[in-house]
Every structure is written in C-alpha cells, then in structure tokens.
Design a protein around this ligand. Structure first.
Ligand SMILES: O=C(O)CCC(=O)C(=O)O
Length: 233
C-alpha cells in the first residue's frame, strides 16, 4: 500500500520539514473552548516529520490492509506511538489535570482509525471502562468533529445524534492534537459526520483519507475488549 502513496504530495518535501523544525522551537499554544471545559486543541502540534513517520509506521505495519479500518492496541504501546507520552509531558505538562499527567503509564490503549473520503464515526462518549484523559491525533486529511451534549446512552454508539441546538464544530487538520477530559470527556459526545466536504469558518474543505490515533488508559481491572466503535463505519 505504501508504494502507491505520494508521501511528498501528502506531507511536502524535506526542505519544508527542515524549515518547520527550525520554526517550532517552542510548544504550540493550547486552544480552549469556554463552552466545553476540558476540550483542548493544539493546532499543528506534530511536525511534518512526526506526522510522516507515524503515518508511515501505521501503513507499513499493515493495520489498514484489505477492508480493515480500525485496529486496537492494548498494554505497552509500540515505540512508534510510545514517544507521544513523554512528548506530551515535556511540551504540554498542563494539557490534562495533574492526576492524569502523573499516572503511569499515561496511555495503555490506542485505537487506530482510517476513514476513507467521506466516512465518519457515530457521535458517542468513550466507554466508561477507560479513564479520563483522551488524546486524538489527526493525520493526512482534515475533518470536522462535532461536539454535542451527551445523551443518556451516549457510550452505546447506537444512533446518530441529530440535535444541533448546542453543537460545536471543531476543525481537525493533519498534525492537530485534541485532548478530551472532564466535561469534554464525560458530558459531551464527539462524532464525525459522514460527508465529502466540510463547511466551516466560511470555507469548504474537501475530505481525503484520514487516519487518527486515539490514546486512552484502561481502568484498572477492566477487560481488553474491542469497543462497539469497531463496527461503526
Ligand atoms: O477519529 C477520530 O478523530 C475520533 C475517533 C474516536 O472517537 C474513537 O475511535 O472513538
């Protein structure tokens, strides 16, 4: 699969990468959302090189061959993901509350999702067998994620949420990192509507193939079972 991918087209050239590394000596600002405490967005948190090597690693390990669009990893995470943990602690030490930041490990479960052009994920709250403190890394294409106040059974992924009265659309671009904790994790659903073009901030943005890496921590004593999300797309 990797042979068919034009990596330079997707991620730019190495020259761009060098410039970018020089420019990003400091951590990027963390964007917060007044209406949704605990929702934090870091635009272009991952450098060109970091995005490219993470994407390469996922594709080279064949997580998305055939019809597979989701893989789950439990326990000690592989090195190509594990670096995210110290990187967060070093660059964004206040991204989550200190109880979360100091737990060991910060994450022990990863969901790898690949969305073909136009695909989305049902609006949901992540299962309660996972701790607070969830991190979502976006790769390859942008999409709009919609946050809505949580329904009672929001962890069941059972039906799409069509109540737009209090929705908040968040544009996720390649390299962006989204953190969910507190109200954002428990009291708000997140979902990605299935559509080919997102309209946001006065722009129409065409979707491409998107990969996301979601990092979580399993609660002590909980089972390593795939979540209901596996069959959602
Ligand atoms: O792909 C994303 O950005 C979100 C993934 C997600 O919410 C999930 O897998 O439960």
């Amino acid at each position: 699969m990797s042979n068919n991918i034009d990596w330079e087209d997707l991620f730019g050239s190495d020259d761009d990468s060098d410039k970018e590394v020089e420019e990003r000596e400091h951590a990027k600002p963390i964007i917060t959302f007044e209406a949704i405490p605990g929702l934090k967005l870091i635009k272009q948190a991952l450098s060109h090189q970091e995005q490219m090597s993470l994407t390469h690693a996922l594709i080279d390990r064949n997580f998305f061959t055939g019809n597979a669009n989701q893989a789950m990893l439990f326990g000690e995470l592989p090195d190509f993901i594990k670096w995210v943990e110290p990187w967060i602690s070093d660059n964004y030490p206040d991204l989550f509350g200190q109880d979360i930041m100091h737990r060991q490990p910060l994450f022990d479960q990863a969901i790898l999702n690949m969305y073909k052009k136009g695909q989305g994920i049902t609006s949901h709250v992540d299962l309660l067998r996972f701790e607070d403190g969830i991190l979502i890394i976006s790769l390859m294409s942008s999409c709009v994620m919609t946050m809505r106040p949580a329904r009672k059974d929001a962890t069941s992924y059972h039906a799409e949420n069509t109540d737009d009265s209090e929705k908040h659309d968040i544009l996720l671009c390649p390299g962006d990192v989204l953190a969910l904790s507190q109200e954002a994790r428990y009291d708000w659903e997140h979902g990605i509507p299935s559509r080919l073009v997102d309209e946001i901030e006065g722009r129409s943005i065409e979707r491409g193939t998107r990969i996301s890496v979601t990092l979580r921590k399993l609660k002590h004593g909980e089972q390593e079972m795939p979540s209901a999300a596996t069959s959602e797309r």
